[in-house]
Ligand binder design. Sequence first.
Ligand code: UDP
Length: 361
Amino acid sequence: MKIVTIVGARPQFIKCAPVSRALRREHEEILVHTGQHYDANMSDVFFTELAIPAPDYHLGIGSGSQGEQTGRMLAAIEEVLIREEPDRVLVYGDTNSTLAGALAAVKLHIPVAHVEAGLRSFDRSMPEEINRIVTDHISDLLFCPTQTAVDNLAAEGITTGVHLTGDVMVDALLYNTGIAEQSSTVLEVLGLTKGEYYVATVHRASNTDSEEHLKSIMEAFGEVDGPVVFPAHPRTMKYLKEYGLDDRLPENIRLTEPLAYLDMLHLMRHAKMILTDSGGVQKEAYILKVPCVTLRENTEWVETLEDGWNVLVGADGEKIVEAAAARHISLPGDQQPVFGTGHASEVIADLVGERSDTIGE
Ligand code: UDP
């Protein structure tokens, strides 16, 4: 079967690494990079480090407003699909690349498979939530990472073509943690001691696009007891500069460029706590059994909240500092494998070849 895979943003490169590996054993894959993320440390580094095949098409779309970026991707992806005539289009997650890929395909009557289907934050002010909802409703095959995701789809009337596969990010994490342990020198380079530092990421629009929120988060980071390693997303860096916060960050904040995946994994694994608004990082914290404080009011990864591994605090400085201090209580060692056991990619590679006329039978 000929499959066109659409990726464009950092988390999608990480997710597609194990899936591409499994997929290419049985199918022909054409990889399309939309160019949504284009800096070397947000894109190229993942292709090299995770041995992802070079994209067959690089659309070079770049940044833009929601509508402009999605619209330009839609037109460019359509051209590729007309030329390649694939049997199936595979999209990942919840970015504008996901939405554009799914929309271009469905209008050409090409069946769409969605990896990470069914997630809901129930917050329609998030652009990601709109991308998730629309993509799920036009997909033929829906690969859900969790039972909650399956239930969310059922609540919206989507029951055909739905499969509980487990989470491909777990596959990537389990495959790479040992490699990172052997090869990453990030702790030495940054002069950090295991278990004595925090890792923080911030890039959700609700936090970056509000000066009040970003300032409150930075001030709160300044009040926690230890260094905070803060690999800033390009969008966050842009706003830190715009608000004049970049050169007056609290002293314990260690601002870095975005990190490569192996360094990020290694750093998270040995952190005492993670402070983040990232979806992927919340889940990685849970799997690595590192307590997490989430700088959002809601999460689509509700399983991480069970047993106190993750808490939601939004951008409220007081709550962030309080939660960071309270997280030092000991958490239960046991966890349910709610995100799967590390074999989601193989399950997806098997299911994606399902003939569209039998989907749902
Ligand atoms: N990540 C990384 N380097 C960084 C920050 C994050 O490799 O400097 C990884 C992280 O480990 C996770 C993924 O990027 O696997 C999450 O992506 P991101 O936070 O950009 O997106 P989200 O998951 O919120 O959609």
